[in-house]
Design a protein around this ligand. Structure first.
Ligand code: SME
Length: 148
């Protein structure tokens, strides 16, 4: 089980050193990847015009561009809603960047009340993510929004 209080404290320490969004997202992706069990990808897609572009991440090479409303990430952006997907193969339009992924969680990130990026985390374990993860990662994203 992930210790989200610890993760958020560590995040706040990391974010003290810089206000640069790329640096913060890079360290945050590593923090998540090495704090949570059974992950194969953790990172960010950032809004650029009407597309998402891949940002800092840990894991295998991923698709660079995702259209609004496409896949789990594009759906989280379009609906501005966290997506907790126990079985990615059952998600209509899921984009298979890494064929190891079986479950996924995507959390929208806001700047000036608009989605500016999404946090995307994938696992090879079906049903890996719980409501507790959704709550903990939403808290982490709120802390991230304070510094972006
Ligand atoms: N599976 C995502 C695409 C990004 S990769 O998981 C890194 C999606 O359907 O949006």
């Amino acid at each position: 089980m992930t210790d989200y209080n610890l993760m958020i404290r560590q995040f706040r320490e990391l974010a003290k050193d810089t206000s640069d969004p790329v640096s913060i997202m890079a360290n945050t992706s590593a923090l998540i990847f090495y704090s949570m069990s059974d992950l194969n990808w953790a990172g960010f897609y950032v809004v650029r015009g009407d597309e998402l572009l891949v940002g800092p991440f840990q894991g295998k090479v991923a698709c660079a561009v995702i259209k609004k409303g496409r896949g789990v990430c594009g759906t989280a952006w379009e609906k501005d809603e966290l997506q907790l997907v126990p079985d990615v193969h059952a998600f209509p339009g899921h984009i298979a960047c890494d064929c190891d992924s079986n479950s996924e969680i995507v959390v929208p990130i806001h700047h000036d009340s608009k989605v500016c990026a999404v946090l995307d985390i994938d696992s090879p374990v079906p049903g890996r993510f719980t409501e507790e993860d959704a709550t903990g990662l939403s808290e982490l994203v709120r802390a991230l929004e304070e510094v972006l």
